[in-house]
Design a protein around this ligand. Sequence first.
Ligand code: SF4
Length: 350
Amino acid sequence: MITRKKTKQVFVGDVPIGGGAPVVIQSMTNTLTTDVKGTVRQIRELEEEGCDVVRVAVPDADSVKALPGIIKKIGIPLIADIHFDAKLAIASIEQGAAKIRINPGNMKKSELTELAKIARRRKVPIRIGVNSGSLEKHILKKYGNPTAEALTESAVEMTAVFEDVGFTDMVISVKSEDVLTTIEAYRLLSRQVRYPLHIGVTEAGTLLRGSVASSAACGILLSEGIGDTIRISLTDHPRFEVRTARFLLESLKLRRPGARVFSCPTCARTEIDIIKLANAVETLTAGIDRDITIAVMGCLVNGPGEMRGADFGICGLKGKAALYKAGRFVRNVSPKEAARELLREIRSGV
Ligand code: SF4
């Protein structure tokens, strides 16, 4: 059982971050924010996957204008991601953004005071998102490289700017593309501040490499109780970011109820296409908010044994798939229909 470090709690819309709340999963759209229809479609898909809060890039005034149209059509709070221009952050708050993410490396501290005052008045939290690739010049000059100490100092310096005007609804991140630097930076930061921490590896890479790097860093941090919200950054569709975060939190028993799919690695005894079936089951059951286990097995060798311990299961037989519920055989179905039939059984109750 993991003991989480105590942090301050902030609210992104109605979603609490920190203060013992479940670790919040977030992702970021890769559509044009000005494409309201496409962005809404993608966010809804992320909601289905289990995304709790979503971030969109706001690079210009047209993107700000698009925010209300997006916000009214989605079911989770929206975070505006702002670089360079504090005025865009203020305008995004006025258009309904539930949280702002800024990068201290590319914003003038003098411009942030006004933002802090408005955010405080509107009760909108701000994430100070420090990245190894965009550290302030004076920090880089002092440390030479974007070390864990440099990332942490940048973040702590910026919290002081906001605290000076009485703003404390902050979330902080100190991401590096280097896994070990990321881990060290968050360890240092968690000893210095009580603000909730957003954890992740920046520019982690493609689906497989990025998932592994992110899971290594975030898994170690979470196991030490560090991390209140998580984003897995992947060079792929953001649905995989949410899915990877979910799986990681499930593995560490930090996730709220949901479906856990166990599946066999397949071998020469495999009777049906288990790889396709396990993926289909995982996708179809992503939105389930009950704690259930599902076993997807390729043959009779381990199948019936696994079925006994799972709430639901599919076992591959010659040319067909056997459905199980609470350890009992239900019926045989065609392998093609197996995932949908299983979902029907789940929906009809445990
Ligand atoms: S369950 Fe059957 S098919 Fe799957 S790995 Fe085990 S022996 Fe192979």
